[in-house]
Each structure stands twice: as structure tokens, then as C-alpha cells.
Design a protein around this ligand. Sequence first.
Ligand SMILES: [Zn+2]
Length: 372
Amino acid sequence: MMASSGSIDASHYTSSRTQTNLCFHGNPLRHLDPFGTAVNYLDSAFRNIRNLGIISVTSTDTGSLYSKSLNVTMRHYGSNIVRTEYYKELAARMVLVTVARAAARCNKGIEVMLAVAVEHFVLVVVRVLRGPTQADESAKRIRQLIHCQWCEERVFLKQGSMVEENLYRQLPCNCHGSMPGKTAVELGPLWSGPLFNSGFLRRMLCAAVQHSMEDIQPLVKTLICESECTTLKSSVHGPTALINQVECGVVIKVQKVEESGTADHSGKRKTGDEPGNVVKKLKSDGSLEHPAFYYGIHRHSIRGMNMPKLNRFLQYLTEAGFRVSRTHFDPTGVRTDATLDQFKSVLTKYSVPTYTNTTATQNPEETVRAME
Ligand SMILES: [Zn+2]
């Protein structure tokens, strides 16, 4: 996958059984591709990598990543998880915690470039940000998640170590009020920060177009929409549009940093530079809050109702004022900042009872049978 990412300089190529060292746009790129889990190789990968270096990690231990052997998950990742409708994103966020922790042990932070989970592996690519402040900022992104066992609503626990009287209050659903006993589980620790850097992904797409790598382009386009939480395919269609956008200033953050003179050519920050500039950038980006996780449209379909087609439904959600995109993690998943209740109320509004199919009061083209 990384071979599509543009100017990789093979003259710096060194390789061992699990680790490959390359050069990416003048910065070191280290790719870990071990057999199974990568957790044992992360410390050495982060120990002596330069500021703004790129580390990519492939994990193929899908048994523990995809919630099949929970005891192995606990052993290797130290995370408590259960099988959820968003299990693939859960896996990516779990891997990122181990990556962020390995970085923090070396006084480094991470900025996630991309995190993908496909059938047989999870791939995460991060940029290394050297310094204790960056390490602290990354560590703050490690959170617990509350997951409702009834409706699968979920929310990251608020920051802070004070014990709260009723954690259920943080969960937007009211299953706890309407069902007897305990209704939610606490999952994690998980990475709660963003999973994508759209500038990096746009560069990947540029490189894929330049090198005529047709097979990877659909995935990268999906990732760009997902990273910006938009359904506007037009923003990524065609190399001309893409290059124009890049020229119009859609560039990855590292370039902005270099342009504003906070980093010299080797990627090290200059002395006398205002400390924490990168951190401020991270914080301002945090206000945009990339919506975490997704809801499966079939999982939440209304019984006895025909639901709208997925693309129509995305449009309805957008019109209702929510941020919406599809997700590569699940072909029927919807990434949105709407809560599950809001998601369901829009779905209910635009679903029609199944009998209207025969009375033909609705255009049958616009509806599909809801899966049970
Ligand atoms: Zn619930």
C-alpha cells in the first residue's frame, strides 16, 4: 500500500524480517509488517526515528483484533472489547493505543495519517512528533468507551479521573432507564482522536493517479470522503480536480509547518521557535471533531418498514444538519455526528410501512426491503 504514496526513495532501503526502512518526501518511513501482532516491535520502531518520520504498522492477528478471542486481545493489547457492529474501527483504535503508548515511552507523540481495516489486516500509518508535550497530547487521546449492549449506542468517556456517580448519564440512549439491570459495558482503552489526515490521503491519491495504480484509487477516494465526513464524491473525482485542489492550498500539515518556518529541512524544530506550535495546530483541528464510529443501516432498520436507499438516507441526514459520510470499514455503515436516536428518527421519518408497496402510494424505486 505504501508503495503508492509517492516519492519513496529506495536508496535508503534497509530491511529486516519485520521492519523495512524507506524514505518518504525526505522523511524516514518505517514499515512494520510482522507475522501476527506488531506490539512487540513498536518500541524499537519508535526509539530512534526522526521528527516527522512516518511509521506504518500492519497487524494480521484478526482473531484478537476482530473480537473473536477476547482473552488474547487482553494479553496483547491490554484492551477490553466485545463484538460490536463497529468492530473493525474498534480494532484500528486499539492498535493505535499501542502505537501511541510506544511513542510516548520515547517522549514522542503521534498524528494519525490513516487507519484502515480490511478483511485480513489492520494498517495504521502515523507521523512521529518528537517531544514530551506532543507525547502528553497523544496520551490524552487514549480513552475508555461506554457501549450500550441493547442498542449499540456508544460514547467516549469524558476526560478526568474523578469517579462519577452515574456513567450511564454520558450515554445518549435511555436503555438504562427502560431496561432492568446493567445495560452497558466499558470498552478500551482506545484511541479517541482522528483516524485520517485528508491532506496525506490526497497526496496518496495524486501518487496513485500519477502511477496509474487503478486498483487502489476507489479505496483512497472513499477514505478522503470519510476523513472529511462528506458525501461529496466530486471533491475527489478526477486527477485535474485533485491537482487543482492541491494547488489551491490543500496541502498536508507538515508543509504548512515548514512554510511558517517552525521546522528546518531536516525536520527538527529550530531553536528559539515558539514551543507547542504543532500542539496548537492539533488542538484547533480537534474542534472539528471527526465523528468516531458508524451505525449500520440494516442493524438499525425499523421493523415492518421499508427504509430508503443508503445514498438517499445519507442525503436526508445531511439535510437534517448532520455531518455524514460512508465508511470503508463497513459498506452499509454510516459515519455521522448524529446520535443513534437522531439517526433512527431520520430513518423512521423516511421509511414507509411495507404494505405501501402494494398500494403504490410511494414510488417503489425509492425503497428497498428492510433486512430483518
Ligand atoms: Zn442503548
